[in-house]
Design a protein around this ligand. Structure first.
Ligand SMILES: [Zn+2]
Length: 243
C-alpha cells in the first residue's frame, strides 16, 4: 500500500493520469470525485470523464430530472469559485473548470434529446449520415405533397391571390402541420421505447454487439426526428410569415 502510494506520488508531477485518480494534495485515491474523500481538496477533472460520470450517474437514458436538478444545484454551490477566493491559484482554476463542466453537463443531460445525442457521441455512434436532407422512405409521398402546398402558398402570396384561395391554401398547410406534429410525437415515443431498451441492456450487462445495435437504432430515430422537426418548423415559419 505504502509503496503503491509512493509510486503514484513520485509519478504524479509528470503524468496527468495519476493526478486524475489520486489527490494531488494527499495522494489518496479519489475515484474521479469532485473533492478528495480523504482531505477534501477539489480535484482536477479525470481524463475522459463524461457528463454522466460527472453527476455520478450510470450511462442510462431515463433520468429523474428532479434529482438531477437537485444534484446540479448542490454541486453548483460546492464548486462555486466564490468558495475558492482564498484557495491556491490552482484550486481556483479547478473550481472554474468544474463549474463550467457542470453547466455543460447539466444543459446536456436535462434535455432528453441532447442526452441521447451525447450518449451516442461518446461511442462515436452519432451519425447524421449523408442522407440528412432526404425524406425517410415511408414519408416520401407526404413530404412531396407538403412541398407542393408550400410552393402553392408562396406563389399565391407573390401573385397577390384572392383571400378565399389563400385561406384554403393555409388550411391545407395547417392540416399538414398537424399531421407532421403527430408524427413527431410518435417518433418521440419511439425514442422513449428504444431508450428504455438501452437502459435495460445496460442493466443486464448486455454484450457490446447488442448495445451497438440499440445505439444504431437510437441514431436512426434521432435522424428521423430531426428531419420531421425541420419540416414542422418550416411549415410553422411559412404560416407565421403572414400574407
Ligand atoms: Zn486528498
Amino acid at each position: 500500500m505504502d509503496s503503491e502510494r509512493n509510486h503514484r506520488f513520485m509519478n504524479a508531477p509528470s503524468t496527468t493520469e495519476t493526478t486524475s485518480e489520486n489527490c494531488r494534495n494527499c495522494s489518496a485515491a479519489t475515484g474521479g470525485a469532485h473533492f478528495c474523500p480523504a482531505c477534501g481538496k477539489i480535484q482536477p477533472l479525470p481524463r475522459g470523464a463524461d457528463y454522466f460520470a460527472f453527476f455520478g450517474l450510470p450511462r442510462k437514458l431515463t433520468l429523474d430530472s428532479a434529482a438531477l436538478e437537485q444534484r446540479f444545484h448542490s454541486l453548483s454551490w460546492k464548486l462555486h469559485p466564490d468558495h475558492f477566493v482564498r484557495a491556491t491559484e490552482d484550486e481556483r482554476q479547478l473550481s472554474l473548470d468544474r463549474s463550467s463542466q457542470l453547466n455543460d453537463a447539466y444543459r446536456t443531460l436535462r434535455d432528453p434529446i441532447a442526452r441521447v445525442e451525447y450518449l451516442l457521441g461518446l461511442d462515436g455512434m452519432r451519425n447524421e449520415g449523408e442522407k440528412k436532407q432526404q425524406a425517410p422512405p415511408e414519408l416520401l409521398a407526404e413530404v412531396f405533397e407538403l412541398n407542393e402546398s408550400l410552393d402553392e402558398l408562396r406563389e399565391a402570396r407573390a401573385s397577390g391571390e384572392n383571400a378565399a384561395q389563400m385561406t384554403e391554401l393555409r388550411a391545407n398547410l395547417e392540416a399538414a402541420q398537424h399531421k407532421f406534429e403527430s408524427l413527431l410525437a410518435e417518433v418521440d415515443q419511439e425514442l422513449e421505447c428504444v431508450s428504455a431498451e438501452w437502459d435495460a441492456a445496460l442493466g443486464s450487462r448486455a454484450d457490446e454487439a447488442a448495445r451497438k445495435k440499440i445505439m444504431e437504432r437510437l441514431n436512426g430515430v434521432l435522424n428521423r426526428r430531426s428531419y420531421i422537426r425541420n419540416l414542422v418548423n418550416g411549415v410553422r415559419k411559412e404560416l407565421v410569415t403572414g400574407d
